[in-house]
Design a protein around this ligand. Structure first.
Ligand SMILES: Cc1cc2nc3c(=O)[nH]c(=O)nc-3n(C[C@H](O)[C@H](O)[C@H](O)COP(=O)(O)O)c2cc1C
Length: 300
């Protein structure tokens, strides 16, 4: 038996014998020893201790320690050992500690990810074009918007929604002007054209028109997909630090390629840009108070 082991494992525990100067076994060889540890009440706990000699530290390293039983005061023979309710007292190996650390780090990272996703959803807010400035969303953000929109749930096999980043405001202005009566004055034309100029960035959410004979539920489900896509786009924009606001669109008789008026319709425009004031990072604490504690959730 070597009490030398205990000097590394449980420094505070009283041991019965002094440690030998050098270990009697080499590196990598696991040694199993039975160790008695004196308790305050005079009993001795008997452990089976598995350890190795570590040449780097010139010391022994305990791999595991298992409580076998306890010896009454004055009894040395292991046959006189009685069971103890302290069933198992493992001493963590370096490997276990490393795994535990990694597990804790992963748990922390996972909590951080969860918090980020939840606050992106719970703290989303619209910020209109008056509170926005250039630049609008960069290409990477726009790509993420397109991808996130595509992940909206859809009953239809062919995804019924697409997102268009409008690069030419002049072309859109022309569409608005074209909606005016032929004899519209310049002021009205300028006002109509201005509608196309709002927001540093401008996105159009386009949805397939359901077939004329489609079940009304099909149309409803498609609109749900469009709404979910819209929410994802707004969430991505906010997560990437951009302000956004959804505004109504209108039908254009000849949309100049923006969409196919026979098969598609514009759901809305999304005006987006750099926020002039800081965006909410966490949910508004007043938003979910009282009756709104559960948001729009009720029980039935
Ligand atoms: C399809 C759609 C069209 C909208 N059109 C307009 C609009 O034309 N003008 C407006 O002020 N708000 C419009 N809104 C509402 C705003 O985008 C915004 O959701 C609302 O002001 C509530 O703000 P919040 O998103 O911070 O809760 C629209 C919302 C949706 C979903």
């Amino acid at each position: 038996m070597s009490t030398h082991l205990m000097e590394h494992s449980i420094m505070s525990e009283k041991t019965e014998k002094k440690a030998p100067a050098t270990p009697t076994w080499g590196p990598d060889k696991v040694r199993t020893a039975v160790v008695r540890r004196l308790q305050k009440n005079g009993w001795r706990h008997v452990y089976e201790v598995r350890s190795v000699y570590d040449p780097a530290t010139k010391n022994t390293r305990v791999l595991a320690s298992k409580l076998l039983g306890k010896l009454p005061p004055g009894v040395d023979d292991l046959n006189g050992m009685v069971p103890t309710d302290k069933r198992y007292s493992p001493v963590k190996s370096a490997k276990t500690e490393k795994a535990e650390k990694a597990e804790k780090a992963e748990e922390k990272a996972s909590k951080r990810r969860e918090a980020a996703v939840l606050s992106a959803l719970l703290a989303r807010e619209s910020l209109g074009p008056k509170h926005q400035e250039a630049p609008g969303p960069d290409e990477e953000t726009l790509t993420l918007c397109g991808r996130a929109a595509m992940r909206a749930p859809s009953h239809a096999k062919d995804f019924p929604v697409r997102l268009v980043s409008i690069k030419s405001r002049d072309r859109l202005a022309a569409l608005y002007v074209a909606r005016l009566p032929e004899d519209a004055d310049d002021e009205s034309k300028a006002k109509a054209a201005d509608k196309a100029k709002k927001g540093a960035g401008l996105l159009a959410l386009i949805m397939k028109k359901p077939a004329a004979d489609a079940d009304p539920r099909e149309a409803l489900e498609q609109a749900v997909t469009a709404g979910a896509a819209l929410q994802s786009v707004l969430t991505v924009l906010q997560a990437r630090g951009f302000a956004a606001k959804t505004v109504s669109a209108c039908d254009f008789a000849e949309p100049d390629g923006l969409y196919d008026p026979e098969a598609e319709t514009i759901v809305c425009f999304i005006l987006c840009g750099t926020p002039k004031k800081a965006l909410a990072k966490s949910p508004d604490p007043d938003l979910f108070k009282g009756k709104a504690k559960r948001g729009v959730l009720t029980l039935w």
